[in-house]
Write a new protein. Structure first.
Length: 149
């Protein structure tokens, strides 16, 4: 499933685990830590999360680094935004996406996941490729993104 196939089913499954939260700046929050981690654990989503931990990027950069089509990248970004771990900022006609870790236990969980991904050579290579394309300083004011090595 690393190539993005079968994502419609996965996205429907994930949306079933995410509940609408009224009056929140974040439109969706998982109903439990287990559901949060299960939603985060989709392989393509983990790749996007890991790359954004390396550097803020445009969708086109994510496509190039991950070798995935734009609709796949956009779907994963939407779920990660719903989880509150990805933020975006418009710069002219483009949008920069960056990792934003929540505070508290949820942020610690995500940091632990990112630390674990650092041990995998494929994830390390993708993160290094992301750093080469870092859009946090080249195209806009600093985004104060989280660069988890």
């Amino acid at each position: 499933m690393l190539n993005g196939e079968g994502e419609g089913e996965q996205e429907m499954h994930d949306r079933g685990k995410i509940a609408k939260r009224k009056g929140s700046a974040l439109p969706y929050l998982p109903v439990s830590p287990a559901d949060y981690l299960a939603t985060l654990a989709e392989p393509t989503r983990l790749r996007v999360l890991s790359v954004l931990a390396g550097a803020p990027l445009y969708v086109s950069d994510l496509q190039d680094v991950l070798h995935l089509p734009q609709p796949t990248v956009s779907r994963q970004l939407r779920v990660l935004r719903d989880l509150g771990v990805v933020d975006s900022r418009r710069v002219a006609s483009r949008v920069i996406y960056r990792l934003t870790l929540p505070s508290g236990a949820t942020g610690r969980m995500i940091r632990a996941v990112l630390d674990a991904l650092r041990t995998d050579p494929a994830f390390r290579a993708e993160r290094a490729a992301a750093r080469e394309r870092d859009r946090g300083t080249a195209d806009a004011a600093p985004l104060a993104s989280v660069h988890a090595g």
